[in-house]
Design a binder for this molecule. Sequence first.
Ligand code: PA5
Length: 467
Amino acid sequence: MTIKDKMRIRLDVNNMFAESIGEEHGIKKERIDQYSDKVREIHKKIQGDKLGFMKLPYQEEELIKELQEMARERSECENFVILGIGGSALGSIALQTALNDPYYNINDQSRGNRPRIFVPDNVDPVRFNSLLETIDIKKTIFNVISKSGGTAETMSQFLIARQKVIEEVGIDNLADHFIATTSADSGYLIEIASKEGFPTFFIPEGVGGRFSVLTPVGLVFAAFAGIDIKELLSGARFMDEICDNDDIWTNPAYLNGLLQYLAYQGGKPLSVMMPYAHSLKDVADWYRQLWAESLGKEVDREGNIINVGPTPIKALGATDQHSQAQLYMEGPYDKVITFLEVEDYGVEVEIPEAYKEIEGVSYLGGHSLNKLIKTEKDATELALTRRNRLNCTIKIPEVNEFTMGQLLYLLELQTAFVGELFNINAFNQPGVELGKHYTYGILGRKGYENKKQEFNNRPQKNNDLIL
Ligand code: PA5
């Protein structure tokens, strides 16, 4: 077995089928076969068009070198802050939580001489202010990330950070503290970056925010945080090769996508991702955005109103066994649970033996936390299956760059494929845009006056209903 095969992530969908879950809720294997022509047609289309994100695993060595060079040149910085929101932030957060020490920012030994990483991903005044008050601005680099180059949250973060940098180091040294990651030829950020002389990285045309983790959006951060970019892309390439295959029964992205789609059509619109590893909890957060923003759509490709979209939910094992699991076990039959299971955690934590006379505690002694969390997962899976609840498992040999590259790519391809099954555009986000446009209008941005007017003319609230 090659190293790649040993590190291959696997999809176990046994508990999605009627044989395991029962006829009432389980999916019949014949249903899958009925889609084989459709799957071949979608495969041809996806591969023919080579969607933007599908080219990312094959990016030039040149870019990787440039990123590493930049991180080396700036290695004296103490803090690396990402200014961005949504797709411009969640991928980096997922990679940081997955691949670096859980206490990276305060663990000097595991961090080595790399900078601390901060991704506020919001404009909460308390949190953002506290960050800027806490870090040494003179030793900080900010990566401003915005594909559109004009998102209000990101540009506000930038304006505040810029002012702070000017106060601390003077306007002449601004370019030492900022990097811009944006579209090459549209938006205001590129205009500002060239005016200020900021080093700039580009988000390739045709790659939307939530599919951009393997562009400089995630890779600039990866270079600063010591994440092995080559291995990450190699994992994504490996999964791309596995999935360049129109046989539904051997293509994990398509098979899982079709099962999720059939579950949705069969009255199960809620899709829970439940990793049994804390390091993967932000992958579930990243996936929640990917799945929701790509598949929640009002119209199909022909413009018919369809209002579709599964609702993603993030959970964490074993923590949420003591929070959400009761609902999953006994509530409505409206969910599919996707477990993420890690085989090797890289560290084994023994539970010491003690209190021999107290059987209810002493049985734990001699086991390990590894065994406990694995058993908790197996037990939850069995309990759900016994209760005829759809569930599947993505098995991850260990959490490293190669397996993360596979996982992120698998989920992206699965999302694009399900978009085709729904016959929607999975790559736009008109609903998000509308909210942005109201914000622009209300804040007085030129060109959005009609949105301000709509806001001013909104129906007045009934005070009796505000208690
Ligand atoms: O996935 C998306 O397209 C969005 O979540 C965007 O990433 C988010 O709205 C931020 O947009 P931008 O990168 O243009 O600032």
